[in-house]
Design a protein around this ligand. Structure first.
Ligand code: NAI
Length: 290
């Protein structure tokens, strides 16, 4: 579908991947509302996009449900309707699981999973109400497909985001709302600076704070994909209503190995046909049957 003249609400759109998606959408003629917690980055993004007629910015912490509704109101006041929700705001919360404290879990899950949930609950009914259809894009991660060590909190949220997207795709097709799960590999962005955003109430009982400060000093490799390249991939995925948007073929072998291992663990017994009939509704998802 064409995105021209349609409106996208992008969380975490003031930096990195979200900004790359915003650039691609603006080039393709969409209106873009960038919602982000960083006020300075919002101003810079607006100047960078230099397309005032198509761009609105709004400060939003995606964990704040009341503010989320107000931000959606502002988006509708400016452009009339929201068609696309790009649930992309996220923070890097990494470290050994033995060091993880409740503040690490709560902050990481609150932003990376809770932010996506808050977007769905706030904006899905608005897309349904106008009847023009739309698209949900969730920024999961390659780590949802090949979980990596020292990423338990991050992976928990990203795997949940992938699962939500797969579960809702069939349901929302009936409303003419497409769903895409976006699983990027390493992309050049500001994510190493996530620790700056950790709220005071999540700093006390944290085992990761020292690590976060060290991470901020690490340079981003130029070999990581550019945000503009992934932005174009996401745009193509939106236009094609692709369920999965991936970026790095380097991970294909690992994904195959993982799924082979899962299948190899399936009991090698004949299928109980009676039971299969009884649980038939659990055995298929229209998304994968098509
Ligand atoms: P980034 O740090 O450059 O951009 C993330 C944006 O989200 C920032 O502008 C930040 O201010 C905003 N944000 C953070 N917490 C927020 C909150 N509570 N409310 C509203 N906005 C908030 O990082 P990047 O890499 O562009 O991240 C975007 C998404 O991509 C995240 O969900 C991340 O987990 C995911 N991702 C990134 C990968 C990478 O290699 N950079 C790989 C896989 C997934």
């Amino acid at each position: 579908a064409d995105v021209r003249g349609r409106t996208a609400f992008i969380t975490g759109g003031a930096n990195g991947i979200g900004l790359g998606i915003a650039r691609a959408l603006v080039r393709a003629g969409a209106n873009v509302v960038i919602a982000d917690i960083r006020q300075d980055a919002l101003a810079a993004a607006k100047a960078d996009l230099a397309a005032d007629a198509q761009v609105e910015t709004v400060q939003l912490d995606v964990t704040d449900r009341v503010a989320f509704a107000r931000a959606a109101d502002a988006a509708e006041a400016r452009f009339g309707k929201i068609h696309m929700l790009i649930g992309n705001a996220g923070v890097g919360v990494m470290g050994p699981v033995l060091d993880a404290r409740f503040d690490d879990w709560d902050w990481g899950m609150g932003v990376n999973l809770g932010g996506v949930i808050n977007g769905l609950v706030t904006i899905l009914p608005r897309i349904k109400a106008h009847g023009e259809g739309g698209q949900i894009v969730t920024t999961s991660s390659q780590s949802a497909l090949i979980p990596i060590s020292y990423s338990a909190i991050y992976t928990a949220a990203k795997a949940a985001v992938l699962g939500i997207s797969e579960a809702i795709r069939g349901e929302l097709a009936a409303e003419n709302i497409g769903v895409s799960a976006f699983m990027p590999g390493p992309v050049q962005s500001n994510i190493a600076h996530s620790g700056e955003l950790r709220p005071a109430e999540y700093r006390e009982d944290s085992g990761y704070r020292a690590r976060e400060e060290a991470l901020e000093k690490r340079p981003v490799s130029p070999l990581w994909m550019s945000a503009d390249e992934v932005g174009e991939r996401v745009l193509a995925g939106i236009c094609a209503n692709d369920l999965y948007i991936l970026t790095h073929p380097e991970f294909a072998a690992g994904m195959r190995t993982r799924f082979d291992a899962i299948l190899a663990s399936m009991p090698h017994e004949t299928v109980n046909q009676e039971r299969a009939k009884e649980i038939g509704f659990l055995l298929s998802n229209p998304v994968f049957d098509a």
